[in-house]
Design a protein. Structure first.
Length: 397
């Protein structure tokens, strides 16, 4: 028995180390030659570039997007019709989820929300665009709000989830569009006011800042600056006065991200370049060539912002469950967030969105479930009571 416990403890330690190691790298889709796409890792500490997985795709479009689940080390790649789940630590394709959309519909600009475990993005249909949420626990896409009329999409457009408050913010071709996720209310529809002869793009979220970060480029003179845009006013401003010349031009779907631990902004430059800058000073840190040919696309870093609640947010839409132990082997205890006089439903789904447990309780403060029959992996928990929904996530050993 001691040997089994030791093995389980070592497994958990290895998982924990793996997650920490992920934050030393930038992950993305490598396109070394026409029609070839691989999931790849660039190790920032060793400057080494490694191909981890060959992807089952042969082309890209503006509807494609990538996002990460930091807690579980999963890189998600969405081609508009399918959601690919990749274990970043091992380079293993965990699941390919069919979103079951009509042929001319695409789910694009997708962002994973660590606060509720759902994916938010734009449903692109002929003549209409709307914000929708994909719930992996049910496999359903849920309408939230229509996109304002006249919004133009673009290849360099991007989206972010701002956990506090609970917002989905999208950079369109000429405007910043923002929604309150819980209510569906439009909170931003702000024209971007670019600096003279420059163009802002590749928007990213920096934790704790009301501004959004990106690059402002003057391609005529070949210089680029780290910049911010105020989503309320649309005003673009340089972070610092020092621009740079490497990586002024970006590849199609190049991507960008912020390492929230070091506060560095990264983006992909044409010619397999990875460029990073300091978000406090705006100064260029490095412009690194990471391959002999091709491009690195859809780059992401495994860091995100805390899920804190604000007074202006429907707190039950983002509240998290207390699960113990986590990771768990045989028994999982779910502490109910509130005493309920009525019926409480507990549902557990796997990473593919398949329901594996459904449990009903009455007038109780906690639920204890036998999970010994579940396969090892990541599972999502949803608590539905008379006062709202709560969410959780655990690892089955």
């Amino acid at each position: 028995m001691k040997k089994v416990v030791l093995i389980l403890l070592l497994t958990f330690v290895q998982q924990t180390i793996s997650k920490a190691q992920l934050q030393n790298s930038i992950f993305g889709i490598d396109n070394p030659s026409a029609g070839n796409y691989n999931f790849a890792e660039y190790d920032l500490s060793t400057n080494s570039f490694t191909t981890l997985l060959t992807l089952p795709i042969s082309f890209l479009s503006t509807n494609y997007s990538a996002t990460v689940d930091v807690d579980n080390g999963i890189y998600y790649f969405c081609d508009g019709q399918f959601l690919y789940s990749i274990d970043a630590g091992t380079g293993t394709l965990i699941a390919t989820t069919n979103l079951n959309l009509p042929p001319l519909n695409h789910f694009g600009y997708v962002q994973y929300n660590p606060c509720d475990g759902n994916f938010y993005g734009l449903m692109i249909q002929t003549g209409t665009i709307s914000l929708q949420a994909y719930d992996p626990s049910s496999g359903a896409l849920n309408f939230i709000a229509p996109m304002p009329s006249g919004v133009n999409l673009c290849g360099s457009c991007s989206a972010v989830i701002r956990p506090t408050p609970n917002q989905y913010i999208f950079q369109a071709a000429y405007a910043i569009i923002g929604f309150d996720i819980a209510s569906g209310n439009l909170i931003y529809n702000t024209p971007i006011i670019d600096l003279s002869n420059e163009s802002f793009g590749h928007m990213e979220l920096k934790c704790g800042s009301d501004l959004l970060y990106g690059t402002s480029a003057n391609p005529t003179v070949g210089i680029k600056y780290l910049s911010t845009v105020d989503p309320s006013s649309g005003i673009v401003a340089h972070v610092g006065q020092n621009g740079w010349t490497p990586g002024v031009f970006k590849p199609f779907n190049g991507g960008s991200c912020i390492n929230q631990l070091t506060e560095e902004y990264f983006y992909s430059g044409v010619g397999h370049q990875l460029i990073n800058a300091n978000t406090n000073t705006g100064n260029l840190i490095n412009a690194q060539s990471i391959g002999l040919s091709g491009e690195i696309l859809f780059i992401r870093h495994f860091s995100d912002c805390d899920c804190e609640l604000s007074s202006g947010t429907d707190e039950h839409s983002v509240s998290l469950l207390q699960l113990a132990p986590n990771p768990a082997q045989n028994i999982l205890t779910i502490n109910h967030p509130e005493y309920s006089s009525g019926q409480t439903e507990i549902s557990i789904t796997d990473i593919r969105g398949r329901a594996v447990i459904c449990n009903f309780q009455y007038q109780t403060t906690k639920t204890t479930l036998d999970i010994s029959h579940l396969q090892p992996g990541v599972y999502f928990v949803k608590h539905t009571g008379e006062k709202g929904n709560y969410f959780g996530k655990f690892i089955k050993l």
